[in-house]
Design a protein around this ligand. Structure first.
Ligand code: 5RP
Ligand code: FE2
Length: 216
């Protein structure tokens, strides 16, 4: 059964309290929070105050996806704001091993994200140090983009590697996930499905989450 992580980026920001309450009452497992800085990615989303506010609105896991440069300057603040896990991008971290240790020392889970063009081998030497790998199945920066088909090959390759050396590491897939492709993503080896538009822009987000949850 997949872990379902709705991406708040696609929620109605004017009615965030209600959106959180709906997710609380749904089968959603995690809240996925996309933080964008306008430097690592060509878009700015939200930051620490929103994470803090959402923390007050749910007891579910807050899965913070940092699409920012120099994450080491902010991870402590995101932990204080209520993050249960922080994922940083390998492309934004020239000292990735150090960044991972810093997040682990905060006592929360740590993930590493890979852009669509970044090969799996870039994280091979830290796989045993982390809790999760996030495979970006769109170019980061925006919700509502189309799933990049090559991601399936990448998920399979990562799954094989993880099975061999770090079977406890979760594979999270993020970008363009819908009821049409979620089954293929799961069969390729995913554990966590992030979905923004396909949940929040559907007729019934609760029902879409329920259908995603049923995927084997
Ligand atoms: O990290 C992200 C974008 O950079 C988002 O999590 C992702 O795009 C989810 O939105 P959607 O399901 O609409 O593609
Ligand atoms: Fe994300």
């Amino acid at each position: 059964m997949p872990i379902i992580a709705p991406s708040i980026l696609a929620a109605n920001f004017l009615d965030l309290k209600n959106e959180c309450q709906r997710l609380n009452a749904s089968e959603a497992d995690w809240f996925h929070l996309d933080v964008m800085d306008g430097r690592f990615v060509p878009n700015i989303s939200f930051g620490i105050p929103i994470v803090e506010a959402i923390r007050k609105a749910t007891t579910k896991t807050l899965d913070v996806h940092l699409m920012i440069v120099e994450p080491e300057k902010y991870v402590e603040d995101f932990k204080k704001a209520g993050a249960d896990s922080i994922t940083v991008h390998v492309e934004a971290c020239p000292h990735l091993h150090r960044n991972i240790q810093q997040i682990k020392n905060l006592g929360i889970k740590v993930g590493v994200a890979l852009n669509p063009h970044t090969p799996i081998c870039m994280i091979e030497n830290v796989l045993t140090d982390i809790d999760m790998v996030l495979i970006m199945s769109v170019n980061p920066g925006f919700g509502g983009q189309s799933f990049i088909a090559h991601s399936l090959i990448k998920i399979k390759e990562l799954k094989q590697k993880i099975n061999k050396i770090a079977p406890q590491v979760l594979i999270e897939v993020d970008g363009g996930i819908s009821l049409d492709n979620a089954s293929a993503v799961m069969h390729s080896g995913a554990d966590v499905l992030v979905a923004g538009s396909s949940i929040f822009h559907s007729k019934s987000p609760e029902e879409t989450i329920h259908q995603l949850k049923k995927i084997k």
